[in-house]
Structures are given as structure tokens and as C-alpha cells.
Design a binder for this molecule. Structure first.
Ligand code: FES
Ligand code: FES
Length: 172
């Protein structure tokens, strides 16, 4: 009985924000609920379900995306903060031929994908890292992925996949 009343109050209090940004290379220009997190905008408003919701508190990295090429936990950022910036989710990551990105190929080849829940965030974290440090040392790669929890792989295969891309062993 309480729910509809509470929901009604939230609706009447909702304020709108005019958001202009790029989403996976396409312009977005529209009004959003100003209280939306970036994660809610991505999954709920844009329907990009590759970005996962895990902890909702900035701990697990499942919701990690790129904003202006930098890794961001989207559960901790408001959608309005995307204004004037460029968002890349896993759906927007592509290889030069428009097919799979080298990191996606490497994750498959190395068996670094099991349930897949952590995979989009881990791949985008690795992408941000290799953009900033194309020759990242092994320890830097491990450090760069410490914010991405994986309950399945034991991490070694994920690290191996990133090393493979760093070493140019996967066609771009
Ligand atoms: Fe954002 Fe866990 S859902 S860090
Ligand atoms: Fe299942 Fe990483 S593959 S959590």
C-alpha cells in the first residue's frame, strides 16, 4: 500500500535535465531524470545491458565504462555529469574492421570469460589502461584490474588476455 504513494511522491519531485553527449559514437540530446545515475541511464534509458550492476557502491567494477576514454564506475556517477562528454560502453568497443575488439578476441582465446558478468567492465578497464600505457608492465596490468572483481576465472586468464593484446599478439 505504501509503494504507490511513495512512487507518486518521487514522480512529482522529479526534475529533468537536458543532456547532450555522445553515446558509443552517436549524439544523444534529450531530457533525462536529473536523479539518474550513469548506470541507470545506460541500462534503463539507453537499454545497453552489457554494462552490469553488481554492488552499486563502486566496489566491484561490473558497471565500469569509459567517459572521455577514462575508466569510470557508472554506479558512482550521475548521468547529468556526462553532459558534453563521450561515453563508451562495451557495445561501442570495436576492432578496426568493425568486428570484435582485440581485447574481446583475447578474452575468448584465453578462456577469460566464464559467466561473463565481470567481462564488460574488465575489458573496458583494460582498454583504458592500455590506451594510457600501451607498454604497461605486468604489475601495472594487475594493478589496473584490481577494481574488477571476478568470481569465476581466478584472474590469471584475464591478465594473460590483456598481456596478449599488449604484446600485439592479436590482430587489431
Ligand atoms: Fe558499480 Fe559495483 S556496480 S562498482
Ligand atoms: Fe564470472 Fe568473471 S567470468 S565473474
Amino acid at each position: 500500500m505504501l509503494r504507490p504513494v511513495a512512487y507518486g511522491l518521487r514522480q512529482s519531485a522529479m526534475s529533468l535535465f537536458k543532456l547532450k553527449c555522445m553515446v558509443n559514437g552517436e549524439k544523444f540530446d534529450g531530457e533525462i531524470d536529473a536523479s539518474r545515475t550513469l548506470l541507470e541511464f545506460i541500462r534503463g534509458d539507453r537499454g545497453l545491458k552489457g554494462t552490469k550492476e553488481g554492488c552499486g557502491e563502486g566496489e566491484c567494477g561490473a558497471c565500469l565504462v569509459l567517459v572521455d576514454g577514462k575508466a569510470v564506475n557508472s554506479c558512482l556517477m550521475m548521468a547529468a555529469q556526462l553532459n558534453g562528454r563521450a561515453l563508451t560502453t562495451i557495445e561501442g568497443l570495436k576492432g578496426r574492421d568493425g568486428g570484435l575488439h582485440p581485447l574481446q578476441k583475447a578474452f575468448i582465446e584465453e578462456g577469460a570469460v566464464q559467466c561473463g558478468f565481470c567481462t564488460p567492465g574488465a575489458i573496458l578497464a583494460a582498454e583504458a589502461l592500455l590506451r594510457e600505457k600501451p607498454s604497461a608492465a605486468l604489475e601495472e596490468i594487475k594493478l589496473g584490474l584490481t577494481g574488477n572483481f571476478c568470481r569465476c576465472t581466478g584472474y590469471e586468464k584475464i591478465i594473460d588476455a590483456v598481456v596478449k593484446v599488449r604484446d600485439g599478439e592479436i590482430a587489431k
